[in-house]
Each structure stands twice: as C-alpha cells, then as structure tokens.
Design a protein around this ligand. Structure first.
Ligand SMILES: *Cc1c(COP(=O)(O)O)cnc(C)c1O
Length: 368
C-alpha cells in the first residue's frame, strides 16, 4: 500500500525526545516548548508564538482572543475543515460562507464584500492545499470595514505570499502540526500574533485561565490546550528541516505535474499564481464532469491498486451537523460543491519515494 501520507522523522527527533526522557521534562513546563515557540514565530516574523495541543485548539483560542463573541459574524470559506466553523460557533459567533475560486480552490475574495454586514467582526483566511488566499485585496477589505483577520495557515507552513511568510498576516494566525502537515509534532498547533494582549489572552486560554498570584481563582473559563515538551521536541527537530521538506513537497508536485499534465479528463493544481509558487501540501486532482467518473469511484479504483487517497473537503453548507443547527439553509456554493464531488488527493507525504510517485502516476494514467 502506498499511504496517502507518511511523515519523515529521521533528523534530531530521537535525540531531542531522549533529552526529554533523560531530564524528566515531559510536560508543557519543559524547555523545548518556549524554544519551539521562539524559533517558529521568528521565521514568520511574528513577535509572539503560543504552542497548543492541536490546530483546532489554536483556532478556538485565536477566535476568542480576536474578540469574537455572541452573534458576531465571521466570514470564511465554505471549502475548508470543520475546525474553522466550529471554532466560531463555540465562541458564540456565526460563520458566513464564501465560495471557492475554481483554479486555486481558495476563498474567492471578490465575493467577500457582499457578505459584510453590521455584525461582521472578522474574516478568516484559510489557505487551502498549496496556494495562499489572495491576501492584498482581503487586507484592504478588512481595513475598509474595520474587520479583524484570522489567518489559518495550517496547510502552508513556510509558504509565502508575495515574498511574505504565511502566518504573518492579519491579527492572529494559526497552524497545525498534525502528521500530514509540513512539520509534525504528532498532534500540535501554534498561534502567532504581534499583539501582546492577544498573545496573553491565548496563553491564558491555553492554560485554564489560571491567574498569576491566585492560581485557583478564575475570572474566565479557559481550556487545557497546552503542548507537551515531548511534542515541542519533535517540532523543533522537524522545524530544522522545513526548507528541505518544502523542497521535497515541490519535487513531488513537479513529478506529478509532469506525469499527469497531458490527461484531458482531470485538472491538476495550479503550479503558481502571480503571488506564490504552489507548495503542494497535498496534491489534489479534480475530475472533469464529462469524464464519466466521480472522485469516489476513482478513489475506489486506486484503492484496488493499493494507492491511498483522501476525498477533498466537504463544504460547510452541506454538513449534516450544521443542517441540524439551521445554519446555511438553502445556501449554495457551486464551486466548493463541485470540488468536493470531483476532487481527491493522492500520496504526497514527506517519506514518499520516487518509485511510489511513479507507480501512482501509472495507475492514475490507467484510470483516466
Ligand atoms: C489540519 C487543519 C486544521 C486542524 O488541525 P488539527 O491539528 O488536526 O486540529 C485546521 N485548519 C486547517 C486548514 C487544516 O488543514
């Protein structure tokens, strides 16, 4: 079986983990956590980094720290992971959806302004699969309408937009270090911000809102979102190799592009836009309507050939859980819905070999 993802843990991971065990520092109090926060935030040019237990937790804390509360509207893509919408809902807010661009698969920034109301408080910019959201016009809109920007850069660790690091945009940015992300801590996440108050709020929310001085007296409800020293040890070792990992992802993307670009029945990821070169967090394929096969069927055929795949995101407006909550009733997002029906992604983890890539290409060529 060629797995859809397999991480690469062949650097200093073992060494740093041994250090945790040898010294007994395994909880969030250990020294790797601060070190990982400092190094990670520095690369993005951000003042503060707050490491947390996963990317969903990062979003939940960031949304609250950005001031989202009861009935506040937050604009976000329909085509994303549920964590984005659930973070806003848990904070008491209301997600407001935007359709995708059919070529980059990112939120269509041109459609944002029409959805801004007097209750809109923030725009959540979620970079999807390999190319960033078009941030310049999004930032202009936020400025014009006095909206906060929450940037979810989970999928684009180390990517840039017009030369500026993803994770450096807006009021607060979040990351995930799940094993399929560019660097992994097993489970883990990070919040970046330049605002001291936001950083302090995130640190407090992460740690049950314990108060300095009167530890077990709480003014607010927090979470236990702490990252352990063991996770941060992994993160630091992974982070040392980020540039190499990005290069490897791009090499995988290039091999797939060259091996598949003459197939008429499928659309491949855009290699670049005017603002970024694709980083291929995942390598997505979108089947054309007239191919006579949808993503589910293609994925089944690839599974028969022992090739791992994953479906694309399922749009937020179609989620059964949100139907039950009477959210997004009768709303339609045709591009996002098309992507979810016709799109899937193929093996592109950091441990993939050229042989595995070539075999995947052969099988896809056979189907299409
Ligand atoms: C992976 C991911 C998350 C969630 O991260 P977890 O660490 O799995 O909780 C959030 N947003 C996006 C865009 C992601 O890809």
């Amino acid at each position: 079986m060629i797995p859809v993802n397999e991480p690469l843990l062949t650097g200093n991971e073992k060494k740093y983990l041994e250090e945790c065990i040898d010294t007994g520092w395994i909880s969030s109090e250990g020294p790797f956590v601060k070190k990982f926060e400092d190094e990670f935030s520095q690369r993005a040019g951000r003042k503060y980094g707050i490491a947390v237990c996963n990317g969903t937790a990062a979003l939940e804390a960031a949304v609250i720290a950005a001031g989202i509360g009861k009935d506040d509207e937050v604009i976000m893509p329909a085509f994303t992971i549920i964590s984005c919408a659930s973070a806003v809902i848990r904070a008491g807010g209301i997600p407001v959806l935007i359709d995708s661009e059919s070529d980059t698969w990112n939120m269509n920034v041109d459609q944002i302004e029409a959805k801004i109301t007097s209750r809109t408080k923030a725009i959540m910019a979620v970079h999807i699969y390999g190319l960033p959201v078009d941030m310049d016009p999004l930032e202009k809109l936020a400025l014009k309408h006095n909206l906060k920007i929450i940037e979810d850069a989970a999928e684009l660790i180390g990517q840039t937009y017009k030369g500026k690091q993803c994770g450096s945009f807006g009021d607060v940015s979040t990351f995930s270090f799940y094993p399929n992300k560019h660097i992994t801590t097993g489970e883990g996440g990070m919040i970046l911000t330049d605002d001291e108050e936001t950083a302090e709020k995130c640190r407090s929310l992460r740690n049950l809102c314990f108060q300095p001085g009167k530890r077990f007296v709480h003014d607010e409800l927090g979470f236990n979102f702490r990252m352990t020293n063991l996770q941060a040890a992994l993160g630091l070792a992974q982070f040392e190799r980020l540039d190499e990992f990005i290069e490897k992802k791009r090499h995988t993307g290039k091999m797939y592009n060259e091996g598949l670009n003459d197939l008429k029945n499928i659309r491949l990821p855009m290699e670049k836009t005017e603002y970024s070169d694709n980083i291929y967090w995942v390598y997505g394929i979108v089947i054309k309507r007239d191919a006579g096969i949808n993503a589910e069927e293609a994925m089944k055929k690839l599974a028969d050939q022992k090739i791992g795949t994953r479906p694309f995101f399922y749009p937020m407006n179609l989620q059964p859980v949100f139907k039950k909550m009477n959210l997004f009733v009768n709303e339609k997002y045709p591009v996002a819905e098309e992507l979810s029906e016709m799109g899937f992604y193929i093996p592109s983890g950091l441990a993939i070999t050229e042989d595995q890539i070539n075999r995947t290409i052969e099988c896809i060529r056979e189907i299409f």
